[in-house]
Design a protein around this ligand. Structure first.
Ligand code: ADP
Length: 484
């Protein structure tokens, strides 16, 4: 067989070689053709994507501008030409692109706001590399509306601030007016009460005494209303301050008993006081404001109780360290307050019933002031009541057990020192109100003082003071021209 093939190969060698070369060339062409086809498909796809991208940026509703390192506009989308109509004509010298030549060196995007006529644009300026050079792409966003909105918001805030200041000023003016008026009214009232008190001690006909007592009682009622109004205006103005001094709670109870006992008894009521054993001797607080609160609760209890009793209980609970919760309950067996009125009675000028003022008098200010005073003392006030059965108000006030130093400087400690009256003391009394001067004159004369000086104004008092040394000056605070 070999013998047959070899001569055959020898004869056709060139033809076989040619065939082989053709086959290899064909194969190479086929491979190249396939990769070219693939490349062209990739190219086509890339072109498509680039076109889509260009379209997106071209149709973007916000202006997009590219400027080259040699200060030419390389690209601007349709929104850029719409927003800046003369962009084509002015090129990079357009005011929307002002100052950009300073930014060719930036590495990171920067932002700025630029005002063009009535419009304000927010611009993001980003560096992009094109070949070896750095171009800038500027993306603009019209923020005129947002700015206008912000401005109107700022203006409304300013207006609201002004309105609030105006309201505060008006409130202060109202408070000052109320305080001044109450003071002006209280001054003659004190004169009337003081003088009628003194007159009542002098001999007079029974009939005259009855009338004078009525004058005195009406004046006292009026004064208590004025005091309420004054407190009310001080609370409203945030000017009411609370003292913190050492006091004996049992003294409070005794004061209440001596003030209200006779009134209760004249109505046939029992006034009962209870004082818990564990109460400390001295605690810290504001005894005169506590007395005011108790006065209000007890006088209400007596007023709204036709028969039975009024009980005042003082109790307390020691807390950690020297802290102490001081509680007082004023309970009566009176007319009670309907459930739906139990909170509203704490509101200003509110009474449980429209007939209350007619039947019992009052203004509806007492409990509102009481509630505010308790709140200023950081305490709470609770009410329990059933119609026809009675009412109980309970106060809980955080306090402190007084220590030795507190007690040494307390009112009681000072009052228990031995004082004697020096009738030779040089005294001046100052008041612009003649009735008050008359009252003060009589008080001092009754006490045994003689030869004291009188001044009817601050200025007069200062002149007198310059010429003579005084041991004591009793002076009205509020006077025209120069105050106390
Ligand atoms: P006023 O006593 O001047 O009317 P208050 O603010 O002290 O004002 O009290 C408000 C109202 O609460 C009273 O008018 C009364 O209707 C009701 N009230 C207060 N205390 C009692 C009480 N102990 N018993 C029944 N009603 C009361």
């Amino acid at each position: 067989m070999h013998d047959n093939i070899l001569p055959l190969l020898e004869t056709h060698f060139y033809s076989v070689a040619a065939l082989l070369v053709i086959a290899i060339a064909g194969l190479c062409w086929l491979v190249k053709y396939i990769s070219m086809r693939r490349l062209s498909r990739y190219l086509h796809k890339a072109k498509q994507e680039a076109r889509e991208m260009a379209q997106i940026s071209y149709l973007n509703p916000h202006p997009l501008i590219q400027i080259s390192h040699d200060n030419r506009i390389v690209y601007a989308n349709s929104a850029a030409y719409a927003a800046f109509p003369d962009l084509g004509k002015k090129g990079v010298s357009h005011s929307a692109l002002s100052g950009l030549t300073d930014h060719f060196e930036i590495e990171e995007p920067i932002v700025r706001e630029i005002a063009l006529g009535t419009k304000i644009h927010h611009q993001t300026i980003a560096p992009v590399m094109r070949g070896d050079h750095r171009d800038l792409v500027i993306y603009c966003y019209d923020i005129s509306q947002r700015k206008a909105y912000e401005e109107s918001l700022r203006r409304s805030e300013k207006r609201a601030e002004n309105a609030q200041m105006e309201a505060e000023r008006a409130n202060k003016a109202r408070g000052d007016f109320l305080a001044n008026m109450s003071h002006e009214l209280r001054t003659p009232m004190n004169g009337i009460i003081g003088l009628t008190d003194m007159l009542l001690e002098s001999p007079m006909k029974e009939e005259q005494k009855t009338s004078l007592k009525a004058v005195n009682k009406s004046s006292r009622n009026l004064l208590s209303l004025l005091n309420d109004l004054l407190d009310f205006s001080k609370i409203e103005a945030g000017e009411l301050t609370i003292e913190t001094i050492a006091f004996r709670p049992v003294d409070l109870l005794q004061q209440i008993e001596s003030l209200h006992g006779p009134v209760a008894r004249s109505k046939g009521l029992h006034l009962i006081t209870r004082y818990a054993d564990q109460m400390p001797d001295f605690i810290m607080g504001d005894p005169s404001r506590l007395l005011q609160i108790l006065n209000n609760l007890v006088s209400n209890a007596i007023k709204f109780t036709p028969q039975g009793e009024v009980t005042i209980e003082m109790d307390g609970e020691a807390q950690e360290r020297a802290s102490f919760i001081f509680s007082i309950t004023v309970r009566d067996t009176g007319i009670g307050i309907p459930k739906n009125k139990q909170q509203s009675v704490f509101a200003k000028f509110q009474q449980a019933d429209s007939s209350t003022a007619r039947k019992y008098g009052g203004t509806g200010l007492g409990l509102a002031i009481t509630k505010d005073l308790v709140a200023i003392m950081q305490g709470t006030i609770n009410i329990e009541s059933a119609e026809g059965e009675g009412t109980a108000f309970t106060l809980s006030i955080p306090s402190k057990i007084a220590d030795e130093t507190d007690i040494a400087s307390s009112h009681e400690a000072l009052c228990h020192q031995n004082f004697s009256l020096n009738l030779n003391a040089k005294i001046m009394i100052v008041d612009d109100h003649p009735v008050n001067l008359l009252y003060l004159r009589q008080v001092l004369t009754r006490a045994g003082f003689e030869g004291f000086d009188e001044a009817a104004s601050g200025r007069e008092a200062v002149e007198l003071y310059k010429s003579r040394a005084y041991d004591l000056i009793l002076m009205d605070c509020q006077m025209p021209d120069m105050d106390g």
